[in-house]
Write a protein that binds this ligand. Structure first.
Ligand code: SAM
Length: 218
């Protein structure tokens, strides 16, 4: 376990120190309103994957009980500070683990979650296909997967450019895969798309809501 944790904790102390400052303009221009809309309707038992410095916390309503996971202790330290400033911090339980860690099995029971939130994180998770299979297992039937992510462009030339830039970008941005086709992977994992909105910040991004099909309703 120790060995795999060493491999998977990517976010360094330096990156955690500059993350909020790096994101400041992007948040105001592009992400903040989308995070707010995405999380406004979330209720019940929620898993947030890779909470980072806790940028999403202020957007959850009082109807949410959130379990957050974050493998980087440096990012988690900052997230805990933000959590402790919230009105009812007890509603936010934070753990220093990530997708792919064996501890996840003990933390999340099958079909126990109303929603899973992934913002700017599916690009970094080492094994996204396995993570999506687990999300499917952990969500209740009808449970929702909410994402705000960049994706590989559906345009051939832009997609190729993303492929070219990814090795260098991944070194700068602590493993982020600029060209990951997250939108396709989520559909391939069997999620049903409820809503999506695409936008660009040089490369394509999207905000989307998916559902785990409730087979009992068919
Ligand atoms: C770009 S940051 C995004 C943080 C936050 N979700 C946001 O929207 O600002 C990506 C985060 O994913 C985390 N991460 C990396 N591998 C992970 C894994 N296997 N499981 C969960 N989170 C992971 C990183 O430590 C980092 O905090």
């Amino acid at each position: 376990m120790e060995k795999s944790m060493g491999k998977m904790v990517r976010y360094s102390k330096t990156f955690s120190l500059v993350y909020d400052r790096f994101m400041f303009i992007l948040e105001r221009m592009f992400f903040r309103s989308r995070r707010s809309r995405l999380l406004a309707t979330v209720k019940g038992k929620v898993l947030e994957v890779g909470v980072g410095t806790g940028i999403n916390f202020e957007h959850y309503t009082s109807e949410v009980n959130m379990t957050g996971i974050e493998p980087s202790p440096h990012m988690l330290k900052r997230a805990k500070k933000k959590r402790d400033l919230l009105l009812i911090p007890e509603r936010f339980e934070l753990h220093n683990i990530g997708c792919g860690y064996s501890e996840m099995e003990k933390l999340v029971a099958p079909e126990s979650l109303d929603a899973i939130v992934c913002t700017l994180v599916l690009c970094t998770i080492p094994n996204p296909k396995e993570a999506l299979l687990n999300f499917m297992k952990w969500l209740k039937p009808g449970g929702r997967l909410l994402v705000l992510e960049h994706i590989r462009s559906h345009n051939h030339t832009t997609g190729k450019m993303q492929d070219f830039l990814t090795p260098a970008w991944a070194k700068l941005a602590e493993g982020c895969q600029l060209n990951r086709p997250t939108d396709k992977m989520i559909l391939e994992a069997g999620f049903e798309l409820l809503r999506q909105e695409h936008f660009k910040i040089g490369i394509p991004f999207y905000e989307a809501e998916y559902q785990k099909k409730d087979l009992a309703l068919r």
